[in-house]
Design a binder for this molecule. Structure first.
Ligand code: KMH
Ligand code: ZN
Length: 280
């Protein structure tokens, strides 16, 4: 068991994602200004990490390198948040483009540990790609967060660590992404089982997609874990009530963490926990 209950709760905000459309979800931050504004608000509300997907001028998901670099620079300029770029991108992105995300010089990146059905789509992560991406994080000094959508992904994480060793920074931090149609269920029993299978000494956060958001958040707090929230994962605040902005999702997580006597962790403490050193 690797729950390592911490005195504080690391809150990651995933403000945009690659799936929701701006025309359908007007509150979704898609421009650089919108992203930086939401990131500042989320930091003030208790977030320590921002998990970043970017959009192009037409609000479509993109992995454009110059845009990624500008985004990293703007988030650093405007916030103290740990900047974690998504290497998952959209289901349509090539492996090559997903590898080059790291060239934008983020503090951290997501690293999904296996293929998963993703609604009507497939999110492809074959082992050779996972291995190459992980090796590149080690070369470039980027701290990975291991995204685990299903139990096989946990087995792959063990395999990866056994063959390539510890991540940059020396600490293993995972994110259980629960409730994706095709991945593990978003409920307390599944969370407990997944946590018990994580590598010894790992820390973890959890996020529940859509209507599993609240059950997963309560279960994660009860089990001593950290939290990820944001409009990448849910666009409803409550039944029939759309999210008005990412900050209210962070505020709710911070309130619940406070009630659990594990208030939000500062970005500085999060850097120490995750092994994120200086900025590139
Ligand atoms: N957009 C999903 C296909 C990640 O950011 O690393 C993948 C995803 C995971 O969001
Ligand atoms: Zn993502």
């Amino acid at each position: 068991m690797s729950s390592n209950p911490s005195a504080a709760t690391l809150i990651t905000v995933a403000p945009t994602g690659a799936e929701s459309e701006k025309s359908i979800v007007p509150a979704l931050p898609v421009t650089l200004d919108e992203l930086v504004t939401t990131a500042k608000e989320c930091q003030a509300a208790g977030a320590a990490v921002v998990h970043v997907h970017i959009r192009d001028a037409e609000a479509r998901p993109t992995l454009d390198r110059a845009r990624l670099r500008d985004t990293v620079a703007a988030l650093r300029e405007g916030t103290d948040l740990i900047v974690q770029l998504s290497t998952g991108g959209a289901v349509t992105d090539s492996f090559e483009d997903r590898l080059t995300v790291l060239d934008a010089g983020p503090d951290a990146c997501s690293l999904t540990c296996g293929t998963v059905n993703f609604g009507e789509d497939v999110f492809h992560n074959p082992y050779p790609f996972i291995r190459d991406l992980y090796a590149r994080t080690q070369e470039l000094g980027v701290v990975p967060e291991f995204e685990l959508f299903d139990f096989g992904h946990i087995a792959t994480l063990h395999r990866l660590l056994a063959s390539l060793g510890a991540p940059h920074g020396g600490h293993v931090h995972c994110d259980l992404v629960m409730g994706v149609p095709g991945g593990m269920a978003g409920d307390a029993a599944t969370l407990t089982q997944a946590v018990s299978a994580l590598p010894e000494g790992a820390t973890w956060s959890a996020t529940g997609i859509g209507r599993t958001t609240l059950p997963v958040m309560f279960a994660a707090l009860a089990a001593g874990g950290h939290l990820r929230v944001g409009m990448e994962d849910t666009v409803s605040f409550a039944r029939g009530r759309p999210v008005t902005g990412n900050a209210e999702l962070v505020e709710r997580a911070a309130t619940l963490a406070g009630l659990a006597q594990r208030p939000p962790m500062s970005p500085g403490d999060a850097r120490a926990l995750l092994g994120v050193s200086g900025r590139h």
